[in-house]
Design a protein around this ligand. Sequence first.
Ligand code: SF4
Ligand code: SF4
Length: 317
Amino acid sequence: MKKNILGRTGIEVTVLSIGTLTMSPMQRGLSVEEGAEVILHALSSGINFIDTAQMYGSYLQVKFALRKWMGSDPVIASKSAVKDYDQMEEAISQCLDQLHRKKIDVFLMHAVRDKEDFELRAGALEALVKAREKGLIGALGASSHSARVIDLLAENDVIDVLHPMFNRDGIGILDASLTKMTSFLKKAKAADKGIYAMKPLGGGHLRQDAAAALRWVFDSDCIDSASVGMTTFEEIDMNVAVAMKETVERSFAEKVAGQPRKLFINEMICQNCGACIKACQQMALKPGEKAPIVDHLKCILCGYCAPECPKFAIRII
Ligand code: SF4
Ligand code: SF4
């Protein structure tokens, strides 16, 4: 599979990376062993880049896969949404411990909402810089749904890697058009930032046309890699075929597309506290009589709302 250098980091990544949100307890909830088998299949198929996060709860799945994997070390990226220095130091330490690694290749601030949010995370960023100096992480950066944040960070010398929302239909991109995001990414690339795309299939909205949508991202000339959440061998086989520029049979693509998934809020246990509404950057939740109402056209299944729920009332089914 084609590999690219992740900007100025010098880290070589395959154009397709495996995201672990969908297999995590936040979404499909594969067991540790099942998740590890999926990751191992991805590695055996030529993928060398694994994306995880403190929020996902998928570290154990990654650790089990790494323990069994006999090939060369894959590149690992993780992220944390914490804001201050001590919390970020703790997040990096937790990741190193749980993955049994001496170094995490890439560590990001997770889901930076806007300029103000970035400024509030000054402590977290300082901890990342220190960790990079100490060699605990290889590179640092941020993930964001916001095109303006991506533009802001592209101009920041400290940042090595960006993980932007990016897909053919512009689904989930906040505060600017797809055209604007594309131009910001090209500018970031010219500034030698490493870029790997988030949600190239629009959080499942493009799954019926997944092969074409993924091909569009690979051909965009803006990214070094694209991270796709995958939970089955078939999904991996199809996405690897696209990454290798092979033809994907329509019947196979239809089989892989499978059933749509959606966010479900259990009204029986919801306290209607509204915390999930505040956490949703996509404005996909609005107040309801017994529980928030989900706008499934806007929901991209990012999962940011679920950890905010004190009653564990939010599920993806
Ligand atoms: S409702 Fe939840 S999963 Fe859907 S977009 Fe909002 S935060 Fe993400
Ligand atoms: S955070 Fe949980 S309890 Fe609060 S409104 Fe949302 S679903 Fe209900």
